[in-house]
Design a protein. Sequence first.
Length: 120
Amino acid sequence: MSTLNPLFTRLARSTFRSRFRLGPKERQYCWDKGADTIDQHAADFVAKRLAPAYPANDGKQTPMRGHPVFIAQHATATCCRGCLEKWHHIPQGVVLDAQQQQYIVGVIHHWLVLQMNPQN
């Protein structure tokens, strides 16, 4: 049993969070780039857009589309510092440490794996 199961159970109960899905274009992008590259993109986005104590445009810094990681961030409530605090209990106003950033990338990765391998 994954330690993320309780989180994903809660996310599934959210009408907003549960509506996000990868489209054919995003799925193909994931297949073309591979998990390691997508994880690196996620790590870069987290480091630049979420890790600062007070990110620029917080609450609006993650687009709703354009990259599989962006969609995953909205689906997993890792899109802004407010969502990180509400859903993941990571406080606002402090720089994210390496462990927190790795956790966020892990959450994003887990959601992407679920999307790429649907359990029909």
